[in-house]
Ligand binder design. Sequence first.
Ligand code: 4NP
Length: 162
Amino acid sequence: MNLLVVCLGNICRSPMAEGALRARLQASPLAGRVQVDSAGTGDWHVGEPPDRRAIACAAGHGVDIAGLQARQLQPGDFERFDWILCADEANLRDAARLATAAQRGRLSLYLPWSGGQSAQAIPDPYTGGKDHFEQVWAMVDQAAQRAVARLLHDADSGIIRP
Ligand code: 4NP
């Protein structure tokens, strides 16, 4: 199973979501069975590490995302990943432009896909402050826990193979 989390710049929300999901998967029976990556619909920050505020926020929760490097979402990602999970509606719309009609079935908003949160979108913290990054972390960490539960259920159903 391969999961790709997508936001706009790939320096704030999606690397935080990637780090939280990796950490929750690593601590679960699914360790080693699910690959996680992230990408941005925009190309402004390609090659850069996550925003220093995102790195600091994740580090404060015991997760190291300093080594990640931003990249742009590509049409080939729709072949490589089982799910392309978007932070907000704009990301979903932009990502859909790169996909064939059949591949659009692999696209979803991340929070509704993981389930259990009233918010549909992860708010962009880029122009915000520390509190905004903490709010994003709370959302992506809860989504990561829910995602693990969803994937464990899939594994029990035989959808995920070792
Ligand atoms: P992200 O945040 O999509 O969560 O990585 C942003 C990062 C950079 C920009 C916008 C949002 N930007 O306009 O450069």
